[in-house]
Design a protein around this ligand. Structure first.
Ligand code: SF4
Length: 487
């Protein structure tokens, strides 16, 4: 797996199914409007929020410019503190490294603290193939895993589920994979959380190996940082004997000081909190304290491809806060599954094609999954100009199809327009024909707009009116009236 879920249809087909699901739309509207309001309130408290955004963007931009050097410094610092550093070019290499470590320790299960990167590379599936179970320990991830589901939001992967659905999943599935849910389980959030805590605690205490991601990696000191809300990260990072952290190479921040704006921007933009409940940092191995074997896998998987794209590289500044999802009118209506990737919403619409490259029908559809309203840019704490990148990627998609044997209707329309506009006399003849059509339509008592045109144009006019051609073209009017001087 390299960024998109295998077998997912292109966005328009997936979105159609999601739009028909009224329960899903209700859950999404409720959840996104709640998070939006919380975020707006805490962002409004910060007088210099725009300066903070500029500072965050500058830190990440600097980090991307010095990425090569900083990665080498990170490796040196990690190694000096007792960690083993691995480099992985792609998903297959990263998965092989983790599987080999698990087999070397003869483990048949690992606990995981939320890591989107492991979902990007399909680590759970790779471990399962070797008979190793991977247990998600973040509450929302647990819901997704037990429900046999796919994540649909960066921060709240089970945003598409309501409380009653979660209760049902817990009752049905917990007992099959570990401690069952209590008989009197209700759909009260505190009761559901307590059931998850009991279920997970058993796994935390038993597991000897953990897999984590990282929000940031400080090159200076070789410190990895995980930001989370539930404390499951702390359990994963301290209890097992072996810890494997898989880190995308774009997570590097050169110095501790540069973490400052990012750690202030992230909680307000993501959960709408002034400060996140848990920020865990760890640096290699500390004798007698925490995991005594620490591995760090530095993963590319398309990131250097994205970095080479002058316009698109800004997507690598993303700190995965999900603010762009919560303000996106498209995401709010279709949810995350329609994007076919662990990275949904506006950031997913640019990140997936940047990581994978265009040329596949599913990724090619993503840059069009936007109204280009610009709300995502306004909300982004590190000022990623998502609309700019979307337009840039649309151009790449169009360029990639220029030599198609069967051109798309849009390409045919533009070719026809080019042919018509390329010769003055030809244009005049077409205008006369179009004027004739306009007069006929009006004489037939039709309104000056066409609604629900049959045939291939129907998809366009389903949602818009098509103006009927004017009875007289501008040039004919100019000739007839001398540019408006004669009546
Ligand atoms: S693109 Fe910006 S707003 Fe969207 S998840 Fe990334 S950092 Fe957050």
């Amino acid at each position: 797996m390299t960024g998109t879920f295998v077998g997912m249809p292109a966005f328009p087909a997936a979105a159609r199914g999601a739009l028909a699901d009224t329960q899903l739309r209700h859950n999404l509207a409720h959840a996104t409007s709640t998070i939006r309001a919380k975020r707006a309130a805490v962002v409004g408290e910060v007088a210099d929020w725009e300066d903070l955004r500029l500072a965050g963007a500058a830190v990440k931009e600097r980090a991307l410019r010095s990425l090569g050097d900083d990665l080498v410094r990170l490796e040196g610092a990690l190694t000096a503190r007792g960690a083993v550093v691995h480099w992985a070019r792609d998903a297959a290499e990263a998965n092989r490294i983790v599987v080999d470590i698990a087999r070397a320790h003869a483990v048949d299960e690992v606990v995981k603290v939320k890591s989107m990167l492991t979902q990007e590379i399909g680590l759970n599936e790779a471990l399962a193939e070797q008979g190793i179970a991977a247990w998600e320990t973040d509450l929302a991830e647990l819901i997704v895993q037990l429900g046999g589901d796919l994540p649909s939001h960066i921060l709240v992967p089970a945003i598409h589920r309501n409380r009653a659905e979660i209760r049902e999943i817990f009752r049905r599935r917990m007992g099959e994979v570990g401690r069952p849910a209590p008989e009197d389980l209700t759909d009260e959030p505190a009761v559901l959380a307590a059931a998850a805590r009991e279920h997970l605690r058993e796994k935390f205490l038993r597991a000897t190996m953990a897999v984590s991601g990282a929000n940031f990696a400080v090159a200076d000191s070789g410190t990895l940082v995980v930001v989370e809300s539930e404390g499951n990260g702390r359990m994963c990072l301290t209890l097992p004997e072996v810890l494997v952290s898989i880190v995308g190479i774009e997570k590097v921040v050169p110095t501790w000081a540069e973490l400052d704006p990012l750690l202030r921007l992230l909680p307000r933009s993501s959960t709408g909190e002034r400060m996140n409940p848990y920020t865990s940092t760890w640096t290699g191995v500390t004798p007698g304290d925490g995991p005594q074997e620490v591995h760090v896998v530095l993963l590319d998987n398309g990131r250097t491809r994205a970095l080479a794209d002058e316009t698109g590289r800004q997507a690598l500044r993303c700190i995965r806060c999900s603010a762009c999802l919560n303000v996106c009118p498209v995401y709010e209506r279709v949810g995350g599954h329609a994007y076919g990737s662990v990275y949904p919403g506006p950031i997913g619409a640019i990140l997936n094609p940047l990581l994978k490259g265009t040329g596949d029908p599913q990724t090619d559809s993503l840059p069009y999954a936007s109204s280009l309203c610009g709300a995502c840019f306004e909300a982004c704490p590190v000022r990623i100009d998502i609309p700019e990148v979307l337009v840039h990627l649309r151009a790449q998609v169009v360029d990639g199809h220029r030599d198609d044997r069967a051109p798309k209707p849009e390409a045919l329309a533009f070719r026809a327009a080019g042919w018509a506009l390329g010769d003055e006399r030809r244009l005049g003849r077409i205008e006369r024909l179009s004027g004739l059509a306009g007069r006929v339509l009006r004489r037939g008592g039709r309104a000056p707009v066409l609604r629900r045109v049959p045939g291939p144009g129907g998809a366009w006019t389903d949602a818009r009116d098509l103006p009927a051609p004017p009875a007289e073209s501008f040039r004919a009017w100019w000739r007839r009236t001398g540019g408006g001087r004669r009546r």
